[in-house]
Ligand binder design. Structure first.
Ligand code: SAM
Length: 353
């Protein structure tokens, strides 16, 4: 594991005089030529500029002995975007974290280290990616915006990251992740956060845990329990596959551009077995009943499920037809879906559907 050396922030803003400061910081940090050192700073200068400055100072560091860990601040992100002629795209949920304490805290909360395979959706400008790499984890990052892929390649040069250009919503996840176990750590694009999390729980079994940053309301929906205001079909689906909780709130001020909403980090641990026995009811049947039940969440279930459940189904499930969707926990939804399914397979004599 290379030693880490943090440089004073703002160094790069004094281009012209920073070489001496940099060399000073290297020496004060007790680093010697050939040491494995990861240099971390708030700088926006590319590696080639640092390397040239070092060579100019006669230090002749080997680039392979150094990995460069550039953590962007607000000023650098704006500057980098304008240098690239880029405007963040709202359609891609591009709100970049510009606070190194936040990204490092996320990596710490994720509890990942050198033994872990980490997948990140939407590395953006690489702020969180860098914090994850700092833990020693191997990181695979999937980015949809080709403009950012070029920036990432330049900024993360020499680090243990695998960059994948692609749309996480339509990726061959099994081909990418293989047989390993993975941890997903991401600041998700907000507009597709729910389908991404649910889709990964449903289909990408290699992902054993996730720590994801999402819009606060979305996160509250994912972890909600029966009876709560945020409780919905998504809460039941997440509970089917995993135990989930809010790990932390994140203020909107750490992003550029600043979103109109606050965010939360959601910690999701996949269960060893689904929350309902597949022999009792399939996930597909559960989803059908959830869809109909939550279509009118405040209606009595005997009305919203009229097309699929008569009084005998409610009696069999031990649930009142006057209950509302938001009152049923996962086990109750399981009983109701199982009763609907068995009623469809074995309708009462004389009753047609
Ligand atoms: N990780 C960066 C950070 O924390 O600063 C950026 C996070 S930003 C909220 C979301 C990122 O996801 C953007 O870089 C965006 O281009 C990318 N993105 C959006 N939709 C995507 C998709 N379907 N697949 C992969 N990446 C996507």
């Amino acid at each position: 594991m290379p030693r880490r050396l943090w440089l004073p922030s703002g160094l790069d803003e004094r281009v012209g005089s920073w070489t001496a400061d940099f060399i000073g910081a290297v020496s004060n940090g007790g680093c010697h030529q050939g040491d494995g050192v990861r240099v971390c700073s708030q700088a926006s200068l590319p590696q080639s500029r640092w390397a040239a400055a070092l060579a100019e100072a006669g230090l002749g560091f080997h680039s392979e002995a150094y990995s460069w860990c550039v953590v962007f601040g607000r000023y650098q992100v704006r500057e980098l975007l304008s240098r690239q002629g880029m405007h963040p795209r709202r359609s891609l949920g591009q709100n970049f974290v510009v606070d190194a304490n936040t990204t490092r805290r996320i990596a710490q909360l994720a509890g990942v280290g050198p033994a872990d395979h980490v997948v990140e959706i939407g590395p953006g400008l690489g702020a969180l990616t860098q914090a994850l790499l700092e833990t020693g984890a191997a990181v695979t990052a999937v980015e949809r915006d080709p403009r950012l892929i070029d920036v990432l390649k330049a900024e993360l040069e020499g680090s243990a990251v695998t960059l994948v250009k692609g749309d996480a919503m339509h990726l061959d996840w099994n081909g990418l992740l293989g047989q390993e176990q993975w941890v997903m750590v991401s600041n998700l694009p907000y507009n597709v956060a729910t389908p991404l999390v649910v889709g990964i729980l449903e289909e990408v079994h290699q992902v054993k845990r996730m720590l994801v940053m999402v819009q606060r309301e979305v996160g509250e929906r994912m972890v909600a329990t029966a009876g709560g205001q945020a409780y919905g079909a998504v809460s039941v689906k997440v509970a089917y596959f995993a135990n989930a909780k809010i790990a932390r709130r994140v203020a909107r001020t750490v992003f550029v551009p600043q979103p109109k909403v606050d965010s939360v980090l959601v910690d999701i641990h996949r269960r060893d077995r689904p929350g309902l026995e597949p022999a009792m009811v399939s996930y597909e049947e559960l989803c059908k009943v959830l869809r109909a039940g939550f279509a009118h969440r405040r209606k009595m279930l005997r009305r919203s499920l009229a097309a699929m459940a008569g009084p005998e189904v409610f009696a069999k499930a031990g649930i009142s037809g006057e209950a509302r969707a938001e009152e049923l926990d996962l086990a109750a939804w399981g009983r109701l879906a199982a009763a609907c399914t068995s009623d469809l397979l074995n309708p009462e004599p004389g009753r047609s559907r």
